[in-house]
Design a binder for this molecule. Structure first.
Ligand code: NAD
Length: 353
């Protein structure tokens, strides 16, 4: 397969971790006979420094022409004081919006080797944890009409049936490939958008008789996530609820440097990035954990290019690397093998063989 990727290292540890992910991809290309080509693009603070804006037109255009995007992270203290429309994070919103990425996938995986990092009682997560949060990304209150006067402000949450349908279809398709359980989260006792959401999810569900569906109110879902997280397989929810619940689910794993994400649309195109930020405190020091970005590459292989064997092999290589005791400082515990960003990338490459 010939695959052309837009690679956006970004700021802080972005270049460190993306370099390892690209190295892993190259090795997968060699082993499985794929030709990955890369176009490196500017976004975030690095783009502000070079061009004056966080998302240059050229970057968005080149991303559109690629088969998918691999992104590191953007932002850092250097750009904290720039006007809000020029902040590095605007690049992320611009890319998601400009590329039409309405479906955000946030897996929260607790690796058995890192179970001690989980802040919950061990019996609650015995045998590991594997929850997939499917968050609607381009609608809802973050994009609705808003306004402000001296003593009043408002934001509007609105969804069309079509917007709910397309994300629900994505979530059901994913549930089919996982354990066949889908929990749709809303606030249908209060919100009209939630009542449309719930009715639409039930309608879409008819086409997926093998998926078991239940509905939870968002307040209950937030509680259940810490009370009994193993009840969840796929959680489907709207933009703001998903923003909050996906972070909550991530924290249960206790390892921010391990978690990938994908932002998709209806075709195979996607943007893949770790959930963590640019970690300016450890940038350029060979300390960052590259596994979240490497696992984002596994998601890319699986969701954009349907390369299941390659994605499985990569996830297994990460698992084996953890089994061998390799740990960057963020996940290090006594008795393990402390390593840097590059050595961790190398260990994954070695384990691909
Ligand atoms: P952060 O995720 O960058 O860092 C939080 C803590 O986790 C830090 O101590 C950091 O060293 C550590 N950490 C994060 N990723 C790590 C990794 N891969 N390996 C080892 N340790 C890791 O969050 P923050 O400090 O709140 O934000 C720093 C900058 O990143 C800010 O400018 C923020 O706006 C930006 N940010 C960007 C994104 C993104 O690009 N998607 C997301 C969140 C924050």
């Amino acid at each position: 397969m010939r695959i052309s990727l837009a690679v956006i290292p970004g700021d802080g540890i972005g270049p460190d971790i993306v370099a390892q992910a690209v190295r892993v991809l190259d090795r997968i290309g060699e082993i499985y006979g794929h030709d990955f080509s890369y176009r490196t693009l500017l976004a975030g603070g690095a783009a502000i420094d070079r061009t004056g804006v966080p998302l240059p037109d050229e970057t968005l255009q080149a991303a559109k022409e690629s088969d998918s995007v691999l992104l590191g992270a953007v932002g850092g203290p250097k750009w904290d004081d720039v006007p809000s429309h020029l902040r590095p994070e605007k690049a992320l919103l611009g890319l998601r919006g400009g590329l039409g990425l309405f479906c955000n996938l946030r897996p929260a995986m607790l690796y058995r080797q890192l179970a001690d990092a989980c802040p919950l009682r061990s019996e609650l997560v015995e045998g590991g944890l594997d929850v997939m949060v499917v968050r609607e990304l381009t609608g809802g209150i973050y994009f609705g009409k808003r306004g402000r006067t001296d003593d009043e402000a408002y934001d509007t949450m609105s969804y069309t049936k079509g917007e709910v349908e397309r994300i629900a279809v994505k979530a059901f398709e994913i549930a089919m490939k996982r354990n066949g359980r889908l929990t749709s989260v809303d606030k249908a006792n209060i919100l009209e958008t939630s009542r449309l959401w719930r009715a639409t999810v039930d309608e879409v569900a008819k086409a997926y008789p093998d998926v078991t569906v239940n509905h939870l109110y968002v307040d209950n879902a937030a509680m259940q996530l810490v009370r009994n997280p193993k009840q969840f397989d796929v959680i489907l929810t709207e933009n703001m609820f998903g923003d909050i619940l996906s972070d909550e689910a991530s924290m249960i794993t206790g390892s921010i440097g391990m978690l990938p994400s994908a932002s998709l649309r209806s075709d195979s195109f996607g943007m893949y990035e770790p959930i963590h930020g640019s970690a300016p405190d450890i940038a350029g020091q060979d300390k960052a954990n590259p596994l979240a970005t490497i696992l984002s590459v596994a998601m890319m292989l699986r969701y954009s290019f349907d390369l299941k064997a390659e994605a499985d092999a990569l996830e297994m290589a990460v698992d084996r690397t953890l089994d061998q005791g390799w740990r960057t400082a963020d996940i290090f515990t006594e008795g393990m093998r402390l390593c840097g960003t590059k050595a961790m990338g190398q260990a994954v490459v070695d384990n691909l063989e």
